[in-house]
Design a protein. Structure first.
Length: 476
């Protein structure tokens, strides 16, 4: 249980921001401008459902318009409130600046439990919410571009895009009003997996830096590391799956709403996901030990902890007992400001949310660019690239023949070399490049400044500096 003296999520984000900004020497007026949330719109709307009118409360918060459009997901959960939406919008500002996606920060939320409503009811509610936001330009390709977050996904984004286009029939860029859409509705290959994929790329980059690995008290490669994941939703599932399948990590525990399961030989991520889909939770899963108090598993020994569900799960009451030497914040705000201090003192290395889960907004950026350019990435170059590679392969084989060599280029090399990059390969490549580059920028600050204790402050310093530069350039 979180303690009552724990700051709110927004206060927690502000405390972390303040810790970093104190090291910048920026004028107080500019600091205040960067810190505050510019505007939050609250809407209450009614939808006739099940023979009655139901009133829903939604929010769209714009934290910073130093760049436009502003960007940030829409969350569906009963816990949604103004404080949470504003905290998440602030994180979006700093996240976009850190990974150099040219957006300001925003976030939205609707206070409801999506599991309580049928699909056609969710569509009615979502379209009505989208209508309320779009008519105030809080959904708009050049001003405010939402994306999925907790409780929403491709389905909701397709409804939102369609609703916007019904209201703006001549807007040729209408599809760019929201990202995270299904492929057939203007989405991009690799968006669904993007945030979890980004977590994997972030960890791969971390393990390329021996000093950083040593600072966490770990050694060796990512290969074989024991991982605990909280939340097997979009982000947690993809992160866990890729780490297990491609980096040979062992997923030793998975924590969900109804408890957690543990297996030191490693859990089969897809099998657990199928079980949850069929049974509504992890309870009863046959290939792991069930723990009804899932949060207790956050205190188990492991090498890497991935909180990928919701905010505030590591707090003043449990932080001291968390044993993971490395925590990667796949969720937004999973560690409160107080817990952050306790963990730092213990020497825990935290890869902060604004970097760790930036894969989503990075690929959303690619999707937005794709929508504005009206062409799939790779469509022009792919076959041309293959033809040039074919030329080289043919020539090399000819030279080898002429030299009397019996060896030719192997079939498997030839096949791999010949295949040109399609959209998915290009998206993954752009994402990998972004995650590597942002980590290097962040760690450079961490490693080069004596007054910077941790990666979170380093991340804030990079982001705050960039936002400040934008405001200055605008002549504010
Ligand atoms: P999701 O709704 O797909 O998944 C959330 C998962 O967490 C679900 O499986 C849910 O059952 C589980 N969960 C909920 N409450 C829990 C609890 N108390 N204990 C354990 N598990 C619990 O959401 P998501 O899109 O994967 O988002 C997860 C986090 O990642 C959020 O903090 C979100 O803001 C952040 N995030 C998401 C994206 C994205 O692209 N979807 C991008 C950046 C950040």
């Amino acid at each position: 249980m979180a303690r009552s003296d724990e700051p709110s999520f927004r206060d927690s984000v502000n405390m972390m921001f303040n810790r970093a900004v104190a090291l910048t020497g920026l004028p107080p007026g500019l600091v205040e401008k960067i810190r505050v949330c510019n505007a939050t719109y609250t809407v209450r709307f009614g939808v006739r459902l099940r023979g009655d009118i139901h009133t829903f409360t939604g929010y769209r918060s714009v934290h910073s318009e130093h760049m436009e459009p502003v960007k940030g997901g829409i969350r569906y959960a009963t816990s949604v409130n103004q404080n949470e939406v504003e905290a998440l919008a602030a994180l979006m500002t700093f996240k976009c600046a850190l990974v150099e996606t040219p957006f300001g920060g925003s976030k939205g939320g609707l206070c409801l439990d999506p599991r309580e409503w049928e699909e056609h009811e969710m569509e009615q509610i979502t379209r009505r919410f989208a209508y309320e936001l779009a008519k105030r330009d809080l959904i708009n390709p050049s001003q405010n571009v939402p994306a999925p977050d907790m409780g929403t996904g491709e389905r909701e984004m397709a409804w939102i895009a369609d609703q916007y286009m019904r209201m703006n029939t001549t807007d040729i860029n209408g599809r760019a009003c929201v990202t995270g859409k299904p492929l057939n509705a203007g989405g991009i290959a690799g968006r669904v997996e993007a945030t979890g994929r980004g977590v994997q790329y972030a960890l791969q980059e971390f393990f390329r830096h021996k000093d950083d690995v040593a600072a966490a008290g770990l050694d060796g490669k990512l290969d074989g590391k024991r991982v605990i994941v909280q939340g097997l939703g979009n982000v947690g599932y993809h992160a866990a799956k890729f780490l297990a399948d491609e980096d040979s990590c062992k997923i030793i525990a998975i924590i969900e709403r109804d408890g957690g399961i543990c297996n030191y030989d490693g859990l089969d991520v897809d099998d657990v996901r199928d079980w949850i889909a069929a049974h509504g939770g992890v309870s009863g899963y046959p290939h792991g030990d069930y723990v009804s108090d899932g949060a207790a598993l956050l205190e188990y020994e492991c090498d890497i902890m991935i909180p990928a569900a919701l905010e505030g799960v590591i707090h003043l009451s449990n932080a001291a007992r968390v044993k993971a030497p490395l925590i990667i914040e796949a969720a937004n705000g999973p560690i409160t400001a107080g817990a952050d201090e306790i963990l730092r003192k213990k020497g825990t290395i935290i890869i902060p949310d604004m970097y760790a889960n930036a894969g989503g907004v990075t690929v959303s950026y690619f999707e937005w660019v794709k929508n504005l350019s009206h062409i799939r990435f790779g469509r022009m170059q792919r076959r041309q690239e293959e033809a040039r590679h074919q030329l080289l392969v043919d020539e090399l084989n000819r030279v080898m023949d002429a030299a009397g060599l019996s060896e030719h280029l192997s079939e498997s090399f030839t096949q791999r070399y010949l295949s040109g990059a399609g959209e998915l390969e290009l998206v993954r490549s752009g994402l990998d490049d972004t995650m590597r580059g942002a980590y290097q920028t962040m760690r450079e600050v961490w490693r080069s400044r004596d007054d910077v204790e941790d990666l979170r402050v380093a991340a804030y310093l990079v982001s705050i500096g960039r936002v400040a530069d934008s405001y200055r350039a605008k002549g504010l």
